[in-house]
Design a protein around this ligand. Sequence first.
Ligand code: PNW
Length: 476
Amino acid sequence: LNFAIFAEIYNFPSNFVWGAASASYQIEGAWNVDGRIPSIWDTASHKNNSSVVDGSTGDDAAMSYYYYEKDIQALKDIGFKTYRFSIAWPRVLTKTNQVNQAGIDYYSKLIDRLKEEEIKPMVTMYHWDLPQYLQDLGGWTNPAIVKYFEHYADTLYKHFGDRVKEWITFNEPATFCDGGYSWGWHAPEIRTEKQIGGYLCSHHILLAHGAAYHLYKNKYFADQQGKVGICLNTGYSFPANENVTDEHVDRAMHFGLGRYANPIYSVDGDYPRVMREAIDQKSTDEGRRWSRLPHFTTAQVESLHGAADFLALNYYTSSLIQPYSHLGWNPADSDSEIHSFHDDNWKRSSSSWLVSVPEGLYHLLLWIKDNYNNPLVYITENGWSDLPMTIEDDGRVEYLREHLAAMSRAITDGCRVETYTVWSLTDNFEWMRGYTERFGIYAINFTDPERKRIPKNSVDLMKQVVRDNFVEVEKD
Ligand code: PNW
């Protein structure tokens, strides 16, 4: 049986950039060496009865602090031209906001080595490892943090901006703001009533992003000529049945993606109107003196509006949606009053939240094009989980094929997607799931002191895609 005969081919533009992604706390290890100060993930994973399911930590992880050459080799073997990694804030600045030279030296070395191999560094400034001393001040719920982040960004531009031309301020605030400050299932594990903490977090994240963006434009752009964006994650919301309208879909999208994207990328700026009105009204009804969703001043709205050179998008999965009003019951206390769930037919990964919906990526990209005036988009994460040491990772191969095909179709339909970095280069510390769920295209046995990077079948797929600039998908 010749596979090619039964395959459809999806092409990519000739200048398309392929790569892989990672994050500091998930891979580096070396948590207490060379002046690194504690982060909220050290606190969460070290405490007694931690919420990490297997009781593990990122203390050693993939040991990329020592074995970064193995990561570079793994990228090189595929032919990847970009590497998205994050810098650990607790490695590069001390508690008194002085430079920690050892931390700077580590990233400088990594960046230089990547450039020698002609792999472009794409740097995330914040992938969830907040210095613990800042959390002790309230973390992202305290407006004072905006200044700390701006100074951190300044430090990164100053030391690395000569070589780094793609900056991502934040990774997935939708995950860590509500996870960390509303529901409490992510570090710093704080629960607050009715998302008050999560809304404060997203508000200050947006202001901190704006500050970092304008700092770059005013102080560094003339010399460094790079781009600054923010990384947002969302699925697409499919109507569960014919009674669910486009308005419901837009409402779900605005409460999810729009909460972060509208202030920066929409035509008018500021939070989505549906969100503003709903939360203000509920806050009044709850007897509050002010809204749970903070307000931007007019100057802040204007300053955030257009404050990005690209949109970094993480896409994993999608949902079916139905408004509460159709259900006649309240499945959850949510401000959007939209219930989302999975179709039983969607293929399941090893992560309970992750089902395969390639069509969602296609619809999401078109929704972004239509709602945000067709911004430049980098897909900075997309990936699939399986069990440890699954080298024959056929589930991932199929997931990646179908999602790359969906991306190709969106590009054909006018979306400006120019880069794709798969999540993740290697197996790593998967947050509260510890080492029980694996996202790498290279496997790691975490009891192996050498942390050998072992190619899974998806490495062969990515080699072929990079070489040919097309992907084949089996026909039904
Ligand atoms: C992302 N969801 O997190 C993160 O950026 C990575 O650090 C992480 O390892 C990866 O995806 C896999 O989990 C997400 O529930 C966490 O939809 C949860 C969701 C999406 C992304």
